[in-house]
Design a binder for this molecule. Structure first.
Ligand SMILES: O=C(O)CCC(=O)C(=O)O
Ligand SMILES: [Fe+2]
Length: 276
Protein backbone atom coordinates (compact mmCIF):
# COMPACT_ATOMS: atom_id res chain seq x y z
CA UNK A 1 0.00 0.00 0.00
CA UNK A 2 1.19 3.49 -0.77
CA UNK A 3 2.13 5.60 2.24
CA UNK A 4 0.14 8.50 0.82
CA UNK A 5 -3.61 8.21 0.77
CA UNK A 6 -5.92 10.05 -1.56
CA UNK A 7 -7.81 12.34 0.76
CA UNK A 8 -10.80 14.24 -0.50
CA UNK A 9 -11.11 17.87 0.63
CA UNK A 10 -14.31 16.86 2.43
CA UNK A 11 -12.53 14.15 4.42
CA UNK A 12 -9.66 16.50 5.26
CA UNK A 13 -12.10 19.15 6.51
CA UNK A 14 -14.04 16.57 8.50
CA UNK A 15 -10.88 15.21 10.19
CA UNK A 16 -9.71 18.71 11.11
CA UNK A 17 -13.12 19.80 12.39
CA UNK A 18 -13.58 16.61 14.41
CA UNK A 19 -10.18 16.78 16.09
CA UNK A 20 -10.57 20.54 16.71
CA UNK A 21 -13.85 19.74 18.44
CA UNK A 22 -11.79 17.76 20.94
CA UNK A 23 -12.13 14.21 19.67
CA UNK A 24 -8.94 12.16 20.04
CA UNK A 25 -7.42 9.93 17.39
CA UNK A 26 -8.96 6.71 18.78
CA UNK A 27 -12.42 8.26 18.57
CA UNK A 28 -11.89 9.62 15.07
CA UNK A 29 -10.65 6.18 13.95
CA UNK A 30 -13.76 4.59 15.39
CA UNK A 31 -16.06 7.10 13.67
CA UNK A 32 -14.29 6.42 10.36
CA UNK A 33 -14.56 2.67 10.88
CA UNK A 34 -18.28 3.02 11.62
CA UNK A 35 -18.60 5.04 8.41
CA UNK A 36 -17.03 2.18 6.44
CA UNK A 37 -13.42 3.35 5.99
CA UNK A 38 -10.83 0.54 6.20
CA UNK A 39 -8.81 1.13 9.41
CA UNK A 40 -5.40 1.03 7.71
CA UNK A 41 -6.47 3.74 5.26
CA UNK A 42 -8.00 5.82 8.04
CA UNK A 43 -4.70 5.78 9.94
CA UNK A 44 -2.75 6.92 6.89
CA UNK A 45 -5.27 9.70 6.25
CA UNK A 46 -5.20 10.85 9.87
CA UNK A 47 -1.40 10.85 10.00
CA UNK A 48 -1.25 12.96 6.85
CA UNK A 49 -3.92 15.48 7.75
CA UNK A 50 -2.80 15.89 11.37
CA UNK A 51 0.91 15.79 10.40
CA UNK A 52 1.80 13.14 12.96
CA UNK A 53 3.96 10.05 12.35
CA UNK A 54 2.02 7.02 11.14
CA UNK A 55 3.96 4.91 13.63
CA UNK A 56 2.42 6.92 16.48
CA UNK A 57 -1.09 6.21 15.27
CA UNK A 58 -0.41 2.56 14.56
CA UNK A 59 1.14 1.99 17.96
CA UNK A 60 -2.03 3.09 19.69
CA UNK A 61 -4.49 1.75 17.22
CA UNK A 62 -4.67 -1.93 17.94
CA UNK A 63 -3.29 -4.86 19.89
CA UNK A 64 0.36 -4.80 18.86
CA UNK A 65 2.22 -5.89 21.95
CA UNK A 66 1.41 -8.16 24.84
CA UNK A 67 -1.82 -8.07 26.81
CA UNK A 68 -2.40 -9.15 30.44
CA UNK A 69 -4.43 -12.17 31.43
CA UNK A 70 -7.38 -10.95 33.47
CA UNK A 71 -7.45 -12.53 36.96
CA UNK A 72 -10.00 -15.34 37.17
CA UNK A 73 -12.50 -15.73 39.99
CA UNK A 74 -12.71 -16.98 42.65
CA UNK A 75 -8.99 -17.26 43.47
CA UNK A 76 -6.26 -16.03 41.14
CA UNK A 77 -2.74 -17.44 41.33
CA UNK A 78 -0.21 -14.68 42.03
CA UNK A 79 3.01 -16.61 42.58
CA UNK A 80 3.58 -16.39 46.32
CA UNK A 81 -0.14 -16.20 47.17
CA UNK A 82 -3.64 -16.58 45.85
CA UNK A 83 -5.75 -13.46 45.53
CA UNK A 84 -9.53 -13.32 46.02
CA UNK A 85 -11.39 -11.93 43.00
CA UNK A 86 -14.34 -10.22 44.67
CA UNK A 87 -15.97 -8.53 41.66
CA UNK A 88 -15.59 -8.56 37.88
CA UNK A 89 -16.72 -6.29 35.02
CA UNK A 90 -16.51 -7.33 31.36
CA UNK A 91 -16.00 -3.96 29.65
CA UNK A 92 -13.53 -2.69 30.50
CA UNK A 93 -12.10 -5.90 31.92
CA UNK A 94 -11.96 -4.98 35.61
CA UNK A 95 -11.41 -7.00 38.78
CA UNK A 96 -11.54 -6.09 42.44
CA UNK A 97 -8.78 -8.05 44.16
CA UNK A 98 -8.83 -8.82 47.88
CA UNK A 99 -5.65 -9.61 49.74
CA UNK A 100 -3.16 -8.60 47.06
CA UNK A 101 -1.00 -7.05 49.81
CA UNK A 102 -0.88 -7.90 53.51
CA UNK A 103 -0.95 -5.34 56.33
CA UNK A 104 2.82 -5.44 56.86
CA UNK A 105 3.50 -4.81 53.16
CA UNK A 106 1.11 -1.84 53.12
CA UNK A 107 2.76 -0.31 56.19
CA UNK A 108 6.27 -0.84 54.79
CA UNK A 109 5.39 0.76 51.43
CA UNK A 110 3.96 3.81 53.21
CA UNK A 111 7.03 4.09 55.43
CA UNK A 112 9.39 3.84 52.44
CA UNK A 113 7.41 6.38 50.40
CA UNK A 114 6.55 8.97 53.05
CA UNK A 115 9.92 10.76 53.22
CA UNK A 116 10.07 10.97 49.42
CA UNK A 117 6.65 12.48 48.69
CA UNK A 118 6.40 15.45 46.37
CA UNK A 119 3.44 17.01 44.59
CA UNK A 120 2.23 14.35 42.14
CA UNK A 121 3.05 14.85 38.50
CA UNK A 122 1.46 13.67 35.28
CA UNK A 123 3.02 13.12 31.87
CA UNK A 124 2.90 16.35 29.84
CA UNK A 125 2.23 16.51 26.12
CA UNK A 126 5.94 16.72 25.42
CA UNK A 127 6.57 13.61 27.48
CA UNK A 128 8.02 15.42 30.49
CA UNK A 129 6.59 15.19 34.00
CA UNK A 130 4.45 18.15 35.05
CA UNK A 131 2.56 19.35 38.12
CA UNK A 132 -1.10 18.85 37.29
CA UNK A 133 -4.03 20.67 38.86
CA UNK A 134 -6.23 17.66 38.14
CA UNK A 135 -4.19 15.61 40.57
CA UNK A 136 -3.84 17.22 43.97
CA UNK A 137 -2.24 14.32 45.82
CA UNK A 138 1.44 13.99 46.69
CA UNK A 139 3.41 11.14 45.18
CA UNK A 140 6.68 9.40 44.43
CA UNK A 141 8.02 6.66 42.15
CA UNK A 142 10.08 3.65 43.13
CA UNK A 143 12.66 2.48 40.64
CA UNK A 144 11.88 -1.01 39.35
CA UNK A 145 12.98 -3.59 41.91
CA UNK A 146 14.27 -0.80 44.13
CA UNK A 147 13.79 -2.66 47.41
CA UNK A 148 13.13 -6.35 48.15
CA UNK A 149 9.49 -5.49 48.96
CA UNK A 150 9.01 -3.56 45.71
CA UNK A 151 10.57 -6.44 43.75
CA UNK A 152 8.31 -8.96 45.49
CA UNK A 153 5.16 -6.97 44.66
CA UNK A 154 6.31 -6.62 41.04
CA UNK A 155 6.83 -10.38 40.79
CA UNK A 156 3.41 -11.00 42.34
CA UNK A 157 1.66 -8.72 39.83
CA UNK A 158 3.64 -10.28 36.97
CA UNK A 159 2.46 -13.76 38.01
CA UNK A 160 -1.12 -12.61 38.56
CA UNK A 161 -1.39 -11.01 35.09
CA UNK A 162 1.04 -13.23 33.17
CA UNK A 163 2.97 -10.12 32.13
CA UNK A 164 6.77 -10.08 32.58
CA UNK A 165 7.75 -7.64 35.35
CA UNK A 166 9.76 -5.55 32.88
CA UNK A 167 6.48 -4.43 31.22
CA UNK A 168 5.70 -2.47 34.37
CA UNK A 169 6.47 1.19 35.01
CA UNK A 170 8.07 1.90 38.38
CA UNK A 171 5.59 1.58 41.23
CA UNK A 172 4.00 4.96 42.08
CA UNK A 173 2.78 5.78 45.60
CA UNK A 174 0.22 8.57 46.05
CA UNK A 175 -0.96 10.18 49.27
CA UNK A 176 -4.27 12.09 49.46
CA UNK A 177 -5.43 14.32 52.33
CA UNK A 178 -9.04 15.43 52.92
CA UNK A 179 -10.35 17.27 49.85
CA UNK A 180 -7.66 15.88 47.57
CA UNK A 181 -8.63 13.83 44.55
CA UNK A 182 -7.59 12.69 41.10
CA UNK A 183 -10.15 13.93 38.58
CA UNK A 184 -11.62 11.60 35.93
CA UNK A 185 -8.99 10.52 33.40
CA UNK A 186 -7.76 7.69 31.22
CA UNK A 187 -4.50 5.91 31.89
CA UNK A 188 -3.90 5.16 28.15
CA UNK A 189 -2.04 7.75 26.10
CA UNK A 190 -3.94 9.56 23.37
CA UNK A 191 -2.17 9.18 20.00
CA UNK A 192 -3.45 12.66 19.06
CA UNK A 193 -1.28 14.29 21.73
CA UNK A 194 1.89 15.78 20.25
CA UNK A 195 4.04 13.97 22.82
CA UNK A 196 2.58 10.55 22.13
CA UNK A 197 5.57 9.26 20.19
CA UNK A 198 7.96 10.32 22.98
CA UNK A 199 5.81 8.93 25.77
CA UNK A 200 5.42 5.55 24.08
CA UNK A 201 8.89 5.26 22.49
CA UNK A 202 9.87 3.01 25.37
CA UNK A 203 7.38 0.25 26.17
CA UNK A 204 4.61 1.37 23.81
CA UNK A 205 1.08 2.02 24.99
CA UNK A 206 -0.24 1.36 28.51
CA UNK A 207 -2.58 -1.63 28.54
CA UNK A 208 -3.61 -2.08 32.19
CA UNK A 209 -3.48 -0.52 35.66
CA UNK A 210 -3.40 -1.98 39.16
CA UNK A 211 -4.35 0.49 41.90
CA UNK A 212 -3.50 -0.96 45.32
CA UNK A 213 -4.98 0.51 48.49
CA UNK A 214 -2.41 0.78 51.28
CA UNK A 215 -4.86 1.98 53.94
CA UNK A 216 -8.59 2.38 54.46
CA UNK A 217 -9.65 6.06 54.40
CA UNK A 218 -12.16 6.91 57.11
CA UNK A 219 -14.57 8.29 54.52
CA UNK A 220 -14.48 8.75 50.74
CA UNK A 221 -11.43 8.09 48.59
CA UNK A 222 -12.72 5.18 46.53
CA UNK A 223 -11.92 4.78 42.85
CA UNK A 224 -14.87 5.85 40.69
CA UNK A 225 -15.64 4.53 37.20
CA UNK A 226 -18.29 7.03 36.01
CA UNK A 227 -19.08 5.19 32.77
CA UNK A 228 -19.89 2.07 34.79
CA UNK A 229 -21.63 3.72 37.74
CA UNK A 230 -19.12 1.83 39.86
CA UNK A 231 -17.17 2.90 42.91
CA UNK A 232 -14.48 0.56 44.21
CA UNK A 233 -14.02 0.98 47.96
CA UNK A 234 -10.49 1.76 49.12
CA UNK A 235 -9.76 -1.08 51.56
CA UNK A 236 -6.26 -1.71 52.87
CA UNK A 237 -4.56 -4.60 51.03
CA UNK A 238 -7.10 -4.80 48.20
CA UNK A 239 -6.72 -3.47 44.67
CA UNK A 240 -8.58 -2.71 41.48
CA UNK A 241 -7.19 -4.05 38.21
CA UNK A 242 -8.49 -2.82 34.86
CA UNK A 243 -7.33 -3.26 31.26
CA UNK A 244 -7.95 -1.10 28.19
CA UNK A 245 -7.03 -0.24 24.63
CA UNK A 246 -6.33 3.34 23.52
CA UNK A 247 -9.66 5.08 23.10
CA UNK A 248 -11.55 2.91 25.59
CA UNK A 249 -13.88 5.46 27.15
CA UNK A 250 -15.37 2.95 29.57
CA UNK A 251 -12.02 2.91 31.39
CA UNK A 252 -12.53 6.51 32.59
CA UNK A 253 -11.82 6.61 36.32
CA UNK A 254 -11.13 8.97 39.19
CA UNK A 255 -9.60 8.97 42.65
CA UNK A 256 -12.65 10.28 44.51
CA UNK A 257 -12.16 13.01 47.12
CA UNK A 258 -11.13 11.85 50.55
CA UNK A 259 -13.66 13.38 52.95
CA UNK A 260 -12.22 12.12 56.24
CA UNK A 261 -8.84 10.66 57.08
CA UNK A 262 -6.20 10.04 54.43
CA UNK A 263 -5.63 7.71 51.50
CA UNK A 264 -2.50 5.89 50.36
CA UNK A 265 -2.30 3.95 47.08
CA UNK A 266 0.38 2.27 45.03
CA UNK A 267 -0.25 2.17 41.27
CA UNK A 268 1.38 -0.18 38.76
CA UNK A 269 0.90 0.71 35.08
CA UNK A 270 1.66 -1.96 32.51
CA UNK A 271 2.99 -1.36 29.00
CA UNK A 272 2.44 -3.54 25.96
CA UNK A 273 6.19 -4.01 25.48
CA UNK A 274 9.18 -4.16 27.88
CA UNK A 275 9.60 -0.74 29.46
CA UNK A 276 13.19 -1.16 30.70
O1 LIG B 1 -6.64 7.23 43.50
C1 LIG B 1 -7.27 6.42 42.84
O2 LIG B 1 -8.16 5.72 43.34
C2 LIG B 1 -7.01 6.27 41.37
C3 LIG B 1 -5.56 6.49 41.00
C4 LIG B 1 -5.34 6.51 39.52
O3 LIG B 1 -6.24 6.63 38.74
C5 LIG B 1 -3.98 6.34 38.97
O4 LIG B 1 -3.02 6.27 39.75
O5 LIG B 1 -3.85 6.29 37.72
FE1 LIG C 1 -5.57 6.42 36.65
Amino acid sequence: MSSRATITPELREWILATTRAGHGVPEVLKLMKDAGYPPAQSRVALAQVLKIPLSAISAGAGPAGRRPRHPQAPLAEAGDRRVRVALGVDAPPLRVLDGLLDAGECAELIALARPRLARARTVAEDGRQQVDERRTSAGMFFAPGETPLVARIERRIAALLDMPADHGEGLQVLHYLPGQEYEPHYDWFDPAQPGFAAITAKGGQRVASVVMYLNTPEEGGGTGFPALGLTVTALAGSAVYFAYEAGDEASLHAGLPVTRGEKWIATKWLRERPFR
